[in-house]
Design a protein around this ligand. Structure first.
Ligand code: ISL
Length: 554
């Protein structure tokens, strides 16, 4: 496979509004990101993914853009953004911007024009339909509301929105829309940014004729529709291929087979993708399913396209709470999950705070939650007559706000995030879980991440190595090898709260050198064929061949 910087990179996601506030308004800002760049650099990452910073009424935390060419006041201004790009580059890192092309805000001038009259030249820039038999045009839901159609009194038609009512979908069939978008993407690329994370990019093309869905609750009708690949190939020709940039598409509802169509290097669309098979199939940890997903994506993309590895982001509950153990074994568990993500094939992503083992949160009142997805769902369920307390309880575990609480810098007021009132409450555990403490303690999750990231830089096997699962369908043990150019690494993970006896595979007939472990007292060489692993124990070995040299072909 072609070697590229974005395959070798580790990406760190900055959800700026919850990162660091420098002006006391309780909301993180771009100056705050600049001030903390040395911290990010210290971790060793290569690329920063910045969540949307464009002008926006902020109904969906910046994913409702009303001006693609300016920076949201809460975040700062264009000069500060330019300074950020420069400071990132000065430190030898790169910056990718989050870009939302499927929809805009209903406050975008394009939409304001579009809704002003049926014969406005921009009418066709969005998707407008007449009522069907006095009802909405079809039975589709949106991600955030019971219907994907909103009736507009003034012109007597419905417009289409895959997300909130305030996020109307653009009509990608319209060539003028596409040209405007490409122009805007060139504007950003010319500024010297290093790539795009493209929000729900597989939703751009809509199903012809908008037929009723058999099961409106399964939103997959929103994505992967005919025409999508023509749009992306056009985008590639018009913009992407002219810059040395990284593109990662957010692509829900795909199996490896259709996922490959977006990232197959011979098709010239995108570099890599976030698929959601793990997030969608696994509300909680399921080792057997996880291995299946890894296997299928590994063999599905092999030699053709590149995967991304992540277990959480700003939409998904923090991984140590959702998939690990955020109580007694929090530290070991956070380290084990990190080992997993950084040693599986694909580019690894770290979501801010993950590197200190930050956890999810439970607020007692719906008023403390800020996320539009959760709040809309809460209202919808309560209106059906369900008990509000129970609805709250059912929504808490996967609420997007679990990962949106402020970054925990130290144990001072508001975790050192702001001098003002934080826009969302700080997780009360900041007194013990915070950056200052993590840096001070050499066995912290933070220092473990540093080691993992450094290892990736020194060992191509972590990036380009072949993958081979050696633990079948075992429910607690995940053991696999990565092999590249005569070097073989063996990764052994006990993802459970119990002790586990591990039978080593036949390939370990020689001593193996310990590369990394999340417990401290592990001998360098392992000559035995059986090991006992403690709860959430993770080890990485390099296998030594018969001649006593490192590396062995499996
Ligand atoms: O559940 C998911 C996938 O099945 C989601 O993560 C999904 O991809 C998501 O809801 C789409 O998210 C993105 O677009 C939204 C925005 O609210 C999210 O924050 C963003 O990540 C609308 O722009």
């Amino acid at each position: 496979m072609r070697k590229t910087w974005w395959k070798e990179a580790v990406v760190y996601q900055v959800y700026w509004r919850s990162f660091f506030d420098t002006d006391g308004d309780g909301i993180g800002d771009l100056t705050g990101v600049i001030e903390k760049l040395d911290y990010i650099k210290e971790l060793g990452v290569d690329v920063i993914w910045l969540n949307p910073v464009y002008t926006s009424p902020d109904k969906d935390n910046g994913y409702d853009i009303s001006d693609y060419y300016h920076v949201m006041e809460k975040a700062g201004d264009m000069l500060t953004l330019e300074r950020l790009v420069k400071e990132v580059h000065n430190r030898g890192m790169k910056l990718i911007m989050d870009l939302v092309l499927n929809h805009t805000s209903d406050q975008h001038p394009w939409f304001i024009e579009s809704r002003s009259s049926k014969d406005n030249p921009k009418r066709d820039w969005y998707i407008w339909k007449d009522a069907k038999d006095g009802n909405q045009p079809n039975n589709w839901r949106s991600y955030f509301t019971p219907s994907s159609w909103e009736f507009d009194e003034k012109t007597g038609q419905y417009y289409f929105h895959s997300f909130a009512v305030e996020q109307p979908d653009l009509n990608w069939e319209n060539k003028e829309v596409r040209n405007e978008i490409y122009k805007m993407m060139r504007f950003w690329s010319d500024k010297g940014i290093d790539g795009f994370r493209l929000d729900v990019i597989n939703l751009l093309a809509k199903q012809k004729g908008f037929p009723d869905a058999e099961n409106p609750l399964d939103l997959s009708y929103l994505g992967n529709n005919p025409g999508i690949h023509q749009y992306l190939q056009e985008m590639n020709r018009e913009v992407l291929r002219h810059y040395d940039i990284m593109t990662v598409g957010e692509i829900p509802f795909v199996t490896p087979e259709d996922g490959l169509l977006y990232v197959d290097e011979s098709r010239n669309e995108l570099n890599t993708l976030f698929h959601f098979q793990i997030a969608d199939d696994m509300p909680t940890w399921d080792m057997v399913r996880f291995k299946e997903i890894q296997e299928e994506w590994y063999s599905g993309l092999l030699g053709k396209g590149w995967n991304s590895q992540f277990l959480n982001n700003h939409d998904h509950t923090r991984q140590v709470s959702r998939y690990g153990n955020d109580e007694e074994h929090r530290i070991q568990s956070a380290k084990l999950l990190a080992t997993l993500i950084h040693t599986l094939p694909g580019t690894p992503y770290i979501y801010q705070g993950e590197e200190i083992g930050m956890t999810g949160v439970r607020f007692d009142s719906i008023d403390d939650y800020k996320d539009i997805a959760m709040k809309n769902k809460y209202d919808e369920e309560v209106q059906k007559g369900r008990d509000p307390k129970e609805v709250l309880k059912s929504l808490q575990p996967l609420s997007r706000d679990n990962s949106r609480t402020p970054m925990q810098w130290d144990n001072s007021l508001n975790a050192g995030f702001t001098n003002g009132t934080p826009w969302i409450k700080v997780n009360p555990n900041y007194k013990t879980i915070n950056v200052k403490e993590a840096i001070r303690n050499s066995s912290s999750v933070f220092h473990y991440y540093k080691k993992l990231i450094q290892l990736r830089k020194q060992n191509p096997v972590m990036v380009y190595g072949d993958y081979n699962n050696l633990s079948g369908n075992h429910k607690q043990l995940y053991m696999y090898t990565r092999s590249h150019d005569e070097v073989t690494w063996l990764i052994i993970l006990n993802h459970s709260n119990n002790m586990l006896e591990v039978q080593l595979p036949a390939i370990v007939e020689n001593p193996a050198k310990l590369i990394l472990a999340n417990y401290e007292d592990i001998p360098d060489l392992c000559l035995c064929d059986k090991l006992v692993f403690r709860p959430h124990e993770a080890r990485v070995y390099e296998i030594v061949n018969k001649h006593g040299e490192m590396g062995l072909n499996v």
